[in-house]
Design a protein around this ligand. Structure first.
Ligand SMILES: [Fe+2]
Ligand SMILES: [Fe+2]
Length: 295
């Protein structure tokens, strides 16, 4: 059995004050939003609690689906890296960026510089092969205009994704895909959606996949999309740092146990603001039926 933890949307505090050189209109908006409200929602106490909870789970691997930062400042990338380092060496951690990690013109270079150590080092998508499944990380983080939070998966990435899905299937490995933005139809409003989600879904439908993990919406969600004659399960996790302040949705994450390539056992763990600790809300057992084209 292999234990995979999936967390997302850490939005790590404290938020560094951007210098004059670093300040842009979009970052100014983010900073105002943080000082007004978001600092109460994304709280360091919750981040400390989830780290302690993950250590109790003792996963074999941790998958992080983006928005580790708030404004993509270098100091935030470094904070996130230090936070991840507490869980072991780089090979135990996979990261894909979110829209907040792309709040800068040179976002591709910054993500590569700080976080390529948490990938296979060959850009996106990347694939890590384990005994019981393959984990494929896709980047949907792109710089967007103020008030927009869209994502895009480039055509080049879509072509590589299809090849990786096929390669993993040829090896008999169930495929777990991680991406920041939700990919199902009608997932969110126009200004927050994955702009080319239709093209992404077409790749999944053609090449097949078994499980898709995402974040971005800061709320847990369970659905599925067509995948080569079968269905790919989709599971969205809540924000890893959400305090539940003022009735907002508290933090949530996934503990996924993969057994002999035939079962995903997905444990949902959520933050209880009263006890300031995480607890199990429920566990799903998903039989893995490889969505592989017979020819
Ligand atoms: Fe987020
Ligand atoms: Fe996001």
């Amino acid at each position: 059995m292999f234990t995979l933890v999936h967390i997302t949307d850490l939005h790590l505090a404290p938020l560094p004050i951007p210098t004059a050189d670093e300040m842009s209109f979009k970052r100014r908006l983010a900073y105002i939003s943080w000082t007004k409200n978001r600092h109460r929602i994304h709280h360091p106490d919750v981040i400390a609690a989830i780290a302690a909870d993950i250590k109790t789970v003792a996963p074999d691997h941790i998958a992080v689906s983006g928005d580790l930062t708030n404004m993509a400042l270098d100091r935030e990338f470094e904070n996130a890296t230090r936070w991840l380092e507490q869980f072991g060496d780089d090979s135990k951690i996979s990261v894909v960026p979110g829209n907040h990690d792309a709040y800068r013109s040179d976002y591709k270079e910054a993500i590569e510089k700080h976080w390529s150590r948490f990938t296979t080092g060959d850009g996106f998508p990347f694939m890590r092969e384990f005994d019981d499944f393959a984990l494929i990380g896709v980047s949907s983080g792109v710089k967007t205009q103020p008030f927009m939070a869209n994502g895009v998966v480039s055509d080049e990435q879509l072509a590589k994704l299809e090849a990786m899905l096929t390669d993993a299937a040829d090896k008999g490995l169930p495929r777990v895909v991680m991406i920041h933005h939700p990919v199902h139809s009608g997932a969110t409003k126009v200004r927050k959606k994955l702009t080319n989600s239709r093209e992404f879904r077409a790749v999944i439908d053609k090449a097949g996949a078994e499980l898709i993990l995402y974040g971005h919406l800061h709320k847990p969600l369970r659905t599925s999309i067509p995948a080569n004659g079968g269905l790919a399960a989709i599971r969205g996790a809540g924000s890893a740092s959400a305090s539940g302040f003022d009735g907002t949705r508290p933090a949530h994450y996934h503990v996924i146990r993969v057994t002999d390539k035939n079962t995903f056992e997905i444990e949902h763990r959520a933050y209880d603001p009263a006890s300031r600790a995480f607890y199990k809300t429920d566990t799903e057992i998903l039989p893995i039926t490889l969505n592989i084209c017979p020819n």
